[in-house]
Design a binder for this molecule. Structure first.
Ligand SMILES: Nc1ncnc2c1ncn2[C@@H]1O[C@H](COP(=O)(O)OP(=O)(O)OP(=O)(O)O)[C@@H](O)[C@H]1O
Ligand SMILES: [Mg+2]
Length: 272
């Protein structure tokens, strides 16, 4: 299978004095795969996505996208950068950095306008995308005055409308209520019928088996595990070590303390 991204021995630090945010990361993301990057706060998930999106460049190691080096020199080339940005889209963890238009409609229409789509196509595609994310009623609202979850859905819509080949999503379900969460998850499950590539950074373990076939666990900038979501989620010790679950402490009738990993996925809550 064709590789969309090849990351080799990447090291990245935000400053010369800070610890490595990514420490010797190597991974390959193949076309049509759906990959989850899991890890506790500060483990390097967002940093990896920014590198895959060509926003940051590693201090050492290499990244290729579609068999071409993804580095500063190549992205200076306008044609290369334009082609790359057409193919790869990024939904940021914080929607505030992504939303800058006066209305939700303008926000979602912004990309298509930049690409000079004709007006009827823009109107049709924007309406379809707003409908998909159930935000049609917010069409004329100011994005910066929406709730966190509404903003997130607008940010996702503004990217989906362009129908990219690869979508990088940073915590797509984090601010969403259960209904919106399942809309986004359903969408990610169905999107592109296996042709699109999806990379999702998340600590929402419950959604991972639905939205990904391949998963990595990051800890302090390193990959500590790579397997199917089901295998990773079945390994309670691994999840505890990576701070993805926490141990609950209980007292039973015999008065002895007892703890077990707190995991919603496939976990029977037989202790109170
Ligand atoms: N802009 C920044 N400047 C300096 N250090 C940063 C910056 N962004 C992240 N870091 C540091 O880099 C490391 C990795 O951060 P990153 O944002 O990639 O983690 P994350 O896994 O996405 O965490 P979260 O789950 O909280 O979103 C952390 O130690 C963090 O403090
Ligand atoms: Mg993050």
């Amino acid at each position: 299978m064709d590789a969309v991204f090849t990351v080799q021995n990447v090291n990245y630090a935000y400053s010369t004095t800070s610890d490595l945010a990514l420490n010797d990361i190597s991974l390959t993301i193949t076309q049509g795969s759906r990959v989850a990057i899991m890890g506790a706060n500060g483990s390097g998930k967002s940093t990896l996505l920014r590198i895959l999106d060509g926003l940051y460049f590693p201090q050492s190691g290499s990244v290729t996208a579609f068999d071409h080096p993804l580095d500063e020199a190549h992205l200076m080339d306008e044609a290369y950068a334009h082609a790359f940005r057409r193919r790869v889209a990024f939904v940021f963890q914080n929607p505030d950095v992504q939303l800058f238009n006066p209305t939700v409609f303008d926000e979602v229409a912004f990309g298509p306008l930049q690409l000079r789509w004709d007006k009827p196509t823009i109107i049709k595609k924007v309406a379809e995308t707003l409908d998909l994310l159930e935000i049609s009623h917010l069409r004329d609202r100011a994005p910066h005055r929406l709730s966190g979850g509404e903003k997130k859905r607008v940010a996702i819509a503004s990217v989906l409308v362009l129908d990219p080949e690869v979508i990088l999503l940073d915590e797509p379900t984090a601010a969403l209520d259960p209904k919106s969460q399942s809309r986004v998850v359903d969408f990610l499950v169905d999107w592109g019928a296996g042709k699109k590539t999806v990379v999702v950074a998340t600590h929402d373990l419950d959604t991972v088996p639905d939205i990904a076939d391949d998963a990595y666990i990051f800890k302090q900038g390193k990959i500590v595990a790579h397997d199917t979501p089901r295998n990773l989620l079945a390994n309670h010790q691994l999840l505890l070590d990576a701070n993805l679950v926490h141990a609950h402490h209980h007292y039973h009738d015999d008065g002895k303390p007892h703890s077990h990993p707190h995991l919603h996925f496939g976990h029977a809550h037989d202790h109170q």
